[in-house]
Design a binder for this molecule. Structure first.
Ligand code: ADP
Length: 269
């Protein structure tokens, strides 16, 4: 590890003083590299649909000018690509908001089982269309947890949508809420929400990277599903803000389980 030490004189309330800034160059370089990768990823993700749209505009002006059927088809594709850009930009804004708020503690109280029931009701038509039976456990209790309702909605909506997008083949999704008397990771009582599917599962080597921005196991498949690769990154930041933990377990051929563990009391968390 390369370390860089700079000593700079600073005006001090206590007379002449000096501040020592120790900067680990490898950490700084890594952060800079991550920032560059992020900008490159965003540009690439925005450029892909834009290039497709530009191509179709040219075709509409030229060869397809008088072909009504081709025109309708190309307009459909352009609409879909515009939708993809829109989704990407909304998620980028959402990620940047969530990151900006990560250091502040959420101040609300959230009806967690009600929130989960609401998301499941909203996504019920999609589950039915995907042929997925939804099984729940523990969602009928009365409970309020400290947190930010909009953000926790985002967390569970992302996880449940993912289970429907990538785990539909298994035909069943389980959503459970349970109390843990003592969660070692949080050194105290906690609530655990699990979203489990019986889809294809995820190979072990991908698991540690799933919450990275733009990381997708199968980019083509994720794109086809409308995925941006930002969902789990957003989930991670929100869970961090709630002083919680995200646990990801998966086995190829059996399915995946995402568990969000939230401290029972934020003050202690
Ligand atoms: P996306 O917008 O692409 O869905 P996410 O950040 O939500 O992005 O997820 C990242 C990747 O993790 C997905 O592209 C997919 O490859 C994988 N993934 C997420 N949830 C599941 C799941 N339940 N089963 C299998 N793979 C999953």
């Amino acid at each position: 590890i390369l370390a860089e030490v700079t000593v700079a004189p600073l005006p001090s309330l206590f007379g002449r003083g000096a501040t020592i800034a120790v900067q680990d160059r490898s950490v700084a370089e890594e952060a800079e590299q991550m920032r560059r990768d992020f900008v490159a990823n965003v540009s690439h993700e925005l450029k892909t649909p834009l290039t497709a749209m530009t191509g179709f505009i040219e075709t509409l002006r030229g060869p397809a000018r008088d072909d009504a059927r081709a025109r309708d088809r190309f307009l459909d594709i352009m609409e879909r690509e515009a939708g993809r850009m829109n989704r990407l930009i909304s998620e980028l804004l959402s990620l940047s908001r969530v990151q900006a708020e990560e250091r502040s503690r959420p101040s609300g109280l959230v009806d967690l089982p009600g929130l989960l029931r609401g998301i499941l009701a909203m996504l019920a038509p999609r589950a039915e269309a995907a042929g997925v039976e939804v099984v729940t456990e523990g969602l009928d209790r009365a409970l309020r947890v400290p947190g930010d309702g909009d953000q926790l909605t985002q967390v569970f909506q992302n996880l449940i949508e993912n289970a429907l997008k990538y785990g539909a083949a298994g035909g069943v999704m389980r959503v459970t809420l349970a109390r843990i008397a003592h969660e070692p990771l949080l050194r105290g009582p906690a609530w655990a929400v699990t979203v489990e599917d019986r889809g294809d599962g995820i190979e072990e080597q991908h698991l540690p990277r799933l919450t990275e921005r733009f990381y997708r196991v199968d980019t083509h498949r994720a794109r086809a599903q409308g995925g941006t690769g930002l969902g789990l990154a957003i989930v991670k930041h929100i869970v961090n803000r709630h002083r919680g933990r995200l646990r990801i377990e998966s086995r190829v051929g059996e399915g995946s389980r995402f568990t969000v563990i939230l401290p029972e009391g934020l003050a202690r968390g």
